[in-house]
Ligand binder design. Structure first.
Ligand SMILES: *Cc1c(COP(=O)(O)O)cnc(C)c1O
Length: 469
């Protein structure tokens, strides 16, 4: 299988080639030249598989330059008991009639990003070893992505991680989680600034092409296709657990920010998975909800982005959205390029003439959830089902409610555990969320972090001194 770009001007590349790249050279995003399909008989034959083996089957449809036996080794390492110690890796937890949570947060950092990042860590190490190459991952995080990347890449050969975070602006739990890592290949750099400034330094250094190539800088951001591919697996897993007969439909509700998670659901549906609706939930930062309601895509500036109590969804420019627009525009790269040109010139583009297709052809509906909705939903779910959910998951439970239908299971993707967001849980139910046993000691562990002024040159110097020769 070869990959092409949404802007149409990239020579076909293999999976391993696009794995180590960010944006395609033409500014677009990589996608398979054609999507594999899965028929009902094949789906039924997967019912007995464990998660890692299901991942091997699905990922092998997208990866033909890694032998399947090797892929099976990588998925078993990514999705084994050492990483997911709980009784079930991806549990289905009933909430109320017709609604269940799909538990994607049983990994080391208690958020769904582990699901993709753990596979990415394995496949990076494998491909780098094969090519005799090394990679220095440079990233910026406000919390979830950085820790998921560090836990997936710690101790991996050929990869070092330089992760910038805003000094003093993450939760105590998030700081302890990242900064307590003692692995030699993990470098935490806390900058005296805000997240956007960290992100600007990443962009500045990645844009310094000479520095980038001599120090083999790479990224693990959410546009990485391998992350999307790994996320497709749990949509199949959820369907297999929630149904018992071929062709039975389910709906999914997804707390959304960068459009990475729900894009994987869209692709699963295009591959033939019987999905009725994809319910997209946003918080007050409702750029995506606005698009699905009006057909107009109008990203906002950092200054117009609200800081909310579901902070991992505080995103106003959805970096994976272009892959969905590519399908909406019948995979016409020229039209996609025109949209993004218009975005640069006018700050928006208008696809309202396609509005009728969003739901009828692609199953998409969307809704907004507010801070008060999160509090009310967390409390209601706790009172009724005895389950504590995190604020992001609560956004999706709230937005899903009007779309619950008789006979069609609604699976709400649980994108984080409540322990990560104790303050909001406290506000909702009057006491904090319990912290899992194995993480209670985290706050007492020694921390390893370099604090520095928010200057690109200082970061560049630090990388030069600490990147492996
Ligand atoms: C990253 C994240 C999201 C948003 O996912 P996207 O793929 O960016 O749409 C939602 N909830 C949590 C907890 C996250 O960490």
């Amino acid at each position: 299988m070869k990959y092409r770009s949404t802007r149409g001007a990239m020579a076909p590349l293999s999976f391993s080639d696009i794995l180590l790249e960010g944006l395609a050279p033409d500014g677009g995003l990589a996608l398979p030249e054609s999507l594999p399909t899965v028929d009902a008989a094949t789906l039924e034959s997967w019912r007995g598989l464990g998660y890692a083996d299901l991942a091997t089957e699905i990922l092998s449809l997208f990866i033909d330059d890694i032998p399947k036996a090797d892929l099976a080794r990588l998925t078993r390492a990514a999705y084994g008991p050492a990483v997911f110690p709980g009784e079930q890796m991806v549990p289905l937890k009933p909430l109320e009639k017709g609604v269940s949570l799909l538990g994607l947060s049983e990994g080391p950092t208690l958020a769904f990003k582990d699901m993709a990042m753990q596979f990415l860590g394995q496949v990076f190490e494998y491909v780098l070893a094969k090519r005799g190459a090394t990679l220095n991952i440079l990233g910026a995080t406000s919390g979830d992505t950085g820790s998921a990347a560090e836990y997936a890449l710690r101790g991996k050969r050929g990869v070092s991680v330089f992760m910038l975070s805003p000094h003093g602006r993450m939760s105590e739990f998030q700081r302890a989680q990242m900064y307590s890592l003692q692995d030699a290949n993990i470098h935490n750099i806390a900058l005296k600034g805000v997240f956007d400034e960290c992100q600007d330094i990443v962009k500045a250094l990645a844009g310094d092409l000479e520095f980038k190539s001599s120090y083999h800088l790479g990224a693990v951001n959410s546009i990485n296709w391998a992350r999307i591919a790994a996320q497709i697996v749990y949509y199949f897993w959820g369907w297999l657990r929630a149904t018992s007969a071929p062709g039975q439909q389910v709906s999914f509700a997804v707390p959304s920010g960068n459009f990475g998670n729900i894009l994987a659901g869209h692709i699963a549906r295009q591959m033939g998975l019987p999905v009725r609706r994809l319910v997209l939930a946003t918080n007050e930062n409702n750029v995506l909800e606005e698009f699905f309601r009006t057909g107009i895509y109008r990203p906002r500036s950092a200054a117009q982005t609200h800081a909310t109590s579901s902070p991992s969804m505080d995103i106003s420019r959805a970096s994976n959205f272009e892959r969905f627009v590519f399908d909406l525009l019948d995979q016409d790269a020229a039209q996609v390029s025109a949209c993004w040109r218009q975005l640069e010139q006018k700050g928006e583009f208008d696809l309202s003439h396609l509005l009728p297709l969003f739901e009828s052809r692609y199953g998409f509906v969307a809704g907004v959830s507010s801070h008060q909705d999160r509090l009310d939903t967390i409390k209601a779910v706790y009172d009724k089902a005895g389950l504590l959910i995190d604020p992001h998951t609560a956004d999706a439970v709230k937005v899903a409610a009007p779309y619950v239908e008789e006979g069609i299971p609604m699976l709400v993707l649980e994108t984080a555990l409540p322990a990560k967001f104790g303050e909001t849980i406290q506000e909702a139910i009057g006491r904090p969320a319990p912290v899992p046993e194995h993480l209670r000691e985290l706050a007492a562990l020694p921390q390893r972090v370099h604090v520095m002024d928010c200057k690109a040159d200082l970061v560049r110097e630090y990388i030069k001194q600490h990147a492996p020769a």
